[in-house]
Design a protein around this ligand. Structure first.
Ligand SMILES: Nc1nc2c(ncn2[C@@H]2O[C@H](COP(=O)(O)OP(=O)(O)OP(=O)(O)O)[C@@H](O)[C@H]2O)c(=O)[nH]1
Ligand SMILES: [Mg+2]
Ligand SMILES: [Zn+2]
Length: 301
């Protein structure tokens, strides 16, 4: 039987087959050679299972993956932490206030989406906390990136119709810092989910993440969406400093103007990218982000 992994807890996986959920173990041989931190099975995987009891079974095979969203997990020995696989698109959420938006987070999320073969879309939530003028100012740099941008109020409903349309019929993973409203957005889109949001938890769990594991949900009107725990620092994985410029489409036409083929665009003379920043053909904020990310990657290498 073929199904989709929607949740992983400990050594067990919850696999959705048609409309029901099966609790499955992972066949031992799938684990061999995978003694790193990632499970051999990830949320979003399509798997073959052999039933062992009513709604219980063993995962015998994992189908090839079409995409993945990962990040570098911090710690003494960094490793690639894959959050989900086989997604069509990444929804990166920031909030207008509480917490205030960080463009660096969006840039990193887009990089990992492109790296993992997902289409990025951006959601600026909690627009009820700012004025319309502020909202359009906030949105401008993201619109300039050429990616779809949605302005939402997950509690009041403003902008939610358009945002929902972008999710229907597709498989998405939603990421962002803790408290930006990821679970609230999903609750609005699919009221039956009843996901925990901070208000409910606050008495017992102040300052902690409300969502604690990746969960994939099926949308009634078609599509899937994976809710994820808040990410504080989105550490890149699998991208080298020297290849970073390739992830900035607006740099591309300028690269032939760089004197050095391996130009880092940070300090070399006759750099087409830096000239374009000075000439305002490349946004200063994007270039500053590039520089910060480049320097961070160099430190890690
Ligand atoms: N004013 C306002 N508050 C919102 C909005 N969306 C969410 N909130 C509030 O923001 C807080 C955090 O929302 P959550 O949905 O739990 O945030 P989250 O991103 O899922 O957080 P983690 O699960 O910890 O990563 C809650 O108190 C929500 O009620 C919004 O559009 N406007
Ligand atoms: Mg949440
Ligand atoms: Zn250059």
């Amino acid at each position: 039987m073929r199904g989709r992994v929607i949740r992983i807890s400990g050594l067990k996986c919850l696999v959705e087959i048609d409309e029901s959920n099966w609790l499955c173990e992972i066949r031992g041989r799938l684990k061999s050679g995978h003694r790193k931190a990632n499970s051999p099975v990830i949320v979003g995987d399509w798997v073959d299972i052999v039933p062992t009891a009513d709604q219980a079974g063993v995962i015998e095979a994992v189908h090839p993956r079409t995409s993945k969203f990962s990040r570098g997990a911090s710690g003494a020995r960094p490793f690639e932490q894959i959050l989900s696989v086989n997604m069509d698109q990444l929804v990166v959420v920031v909030s207008a206030r509480e917490p205030s938006p960080r463009i660096g987070f969006i840039d990193r999320a887009i990089l990992m989406a492109v790296k993992g073969n997902l289409q990025p879309i951006i959601c600026i939530n909690k627009i009820d906390l700012i004025s319309i003028d502020e909202a359009s100012l906030l949105m401008a740099p993201y619109v300039a990136l050429g990616y779809p941008v949605f302005l939402t109020d997950a509690l009041g409903g403003e902008g939610m119709h358009d945002f929902k349309s972008a999710l229907l019929g597709r498989t998405s993973i939603i990421v962002g810092q803790s408290g930006v409203g990821k679970s609230s957005l999903l609750n609005f889109i699919e009221p039956g989910l009843g996901l925990k949001t901070r208000e409910i938890m606050t008495r017992h769990d102040r300052g902690r993440h409300t969502t604690t594991a990746v969960h994939l949900f099926k949308l009634k009107q078609g599509g899937y969406i994976a809710d994820t725990p808040g990410i504080k620092e989105l550490r890149l994985w699998g991208i080298k400093a020297a290849e970073l410029d390739a992830y900035y489409p607006e740099f591309e036409p300028m690269l032939s103007q760089c004197k050095f083929a391996d130009c880092s665009h940070l300090h070399e003379p006759h750099c087409g990218v830096r000239e374009a920043v000075e000439g305002q053909q490349i946004a200063q904020a994007r270039y500053d982000g590039y520089r910060r990310i480049f320097e961070g990657l160099k430190e890690d290498e």
